[in-house]
Design a protein around this ligand. Structure first.
Ligand code: PRP
Length: 283
């Protein structure tokens, strides 16, 4: 049994639970229950505030955790990023009142900057040789310039909607972040085995994202061209058909390329093309 810490509420909570569900791990969700057990995987979930997750993992209260990379970098604790999860993508940016003229980083010299991420920001400005006044506030950072608490802010930006609603303009992207799986000090062998199984399930989910399964009938003499249209495929499956001179070709394609591939395949005689959704890809 391993204990995984995830965010109790907020964006990463929903996406973490969804990722677990896609990996075949269901967890009981209740607003009041802060610890729950999965019925179908040796996993216990501990629901915490996101900024407490690195500490819980470094102390061994939880074996692993799902948290934004921004929290890992801010907390500077002894945790290791063991897998990038690809969801919860955002950036940590500097933003100023939209009417202010911005000529470069010197703008921030002696300026008051409100942020919940003072460690990351201090490190960044030290490298750049700029000396602002950094003020730590726990939340509602974007309102600080309007109410006179700060001249600028440093915070998470995802869609940019919060900045716009608060009359701010993003001027510097400092770091990119996404949800990551972290682990603390060396885990015992039985726990490591479970963590490896978990990561392998996550990878199967990630691999199938944005992918489709295609089947088509193709004249045998065009098979070579068909396989060159599907370059991402290591070895497409080719099955004989009852009708001589024809075969059935199966391949996995990226959703982005789907229509262009279909058009190219039709030009070389592909018929009866079926496109199916892909659940999991396990190598
Ligand atoms: C974060 C962040 C911003 C907002 C930016 O808050 O603090 O306020 O997202 O997102 P946007 O660019 O899509 O508008 P979040 O809603 O995650 O909650 P928090 O207050 O707990 O940080």
């Amino acid at each position: 049994m391993i204990r995984l810490a995830i965010q109790a509420k907020g964006r990463l909570n929903e996406e973490s639970v969804e990722m677990l569900a896609e990996a075949g791990i269901s967890v009981e969700q209740s607003k009041r229950k802060l610890l729950s057990r999965s019925e179908d995987f040796p996993l216990e979930i501990l629901y915490l505030r996101d900024d407490d997750i690195p500490q819980a993992v470094s102390m061994g209260v939880a074996d692993i955790g799902i948290v934004g990379l921004n929290e890992v970098l801010e907390n500077e604790l002894e945790v290791e990023v063991i897998h990038k999860l690809g969801f919860g993508k955002c950036r940590l940016s500097l933003a100023i009142p939209k009417g202010d003229e911005y000529t470069g980083l010197e703008y921030f010299n002696s300026k008051r900057i409100a942020t919940s991420y003072p460690v990351i920001l201090k490190r960044y400005f030290e490298q750049k040789g700029i000396v602002p006044e950094i003020h730590k506030i726990a939340g509602s950072v974007e309102i600080a310039p309007t109410v006179g608490m700060a001249d600028a802010i440093f915070d998470i930006v995802s869609t940019g909607g919060t900045l716009i609603s608060n009359g701010l303009r993003e001027v510097e992207r400092v770091i990119s972040s996404e949800a990551v799986l972290i682990s603390g000090k060396a885990l015992e062998e039985d726990k490591l085995l479970i963590v490896r199984q978990l990561i392998s399930r996550f990878e199967a989910v990630e691999r199938s994202k944005g992918k489709k399964y295609m089947l088509m009938n193709i004249p045998e003499n065009r098979l070579k061209e068909a396989t060159s249209i599907l370059p991402g495929v290591k070895s497409p499956t080719v099955l004989p058909l009852a009708q001589s001179g024809w075969c059935s070709l199966h391949a996995v394609v990226s959703e982005n390329d789907l229509w262009s591939k279909i058009e190219q395949l039709k030009l070389i005689g592909a018929e009866d093309i079926l496109v199916l959704s892909l659940e999991k890809m396990i190598p």
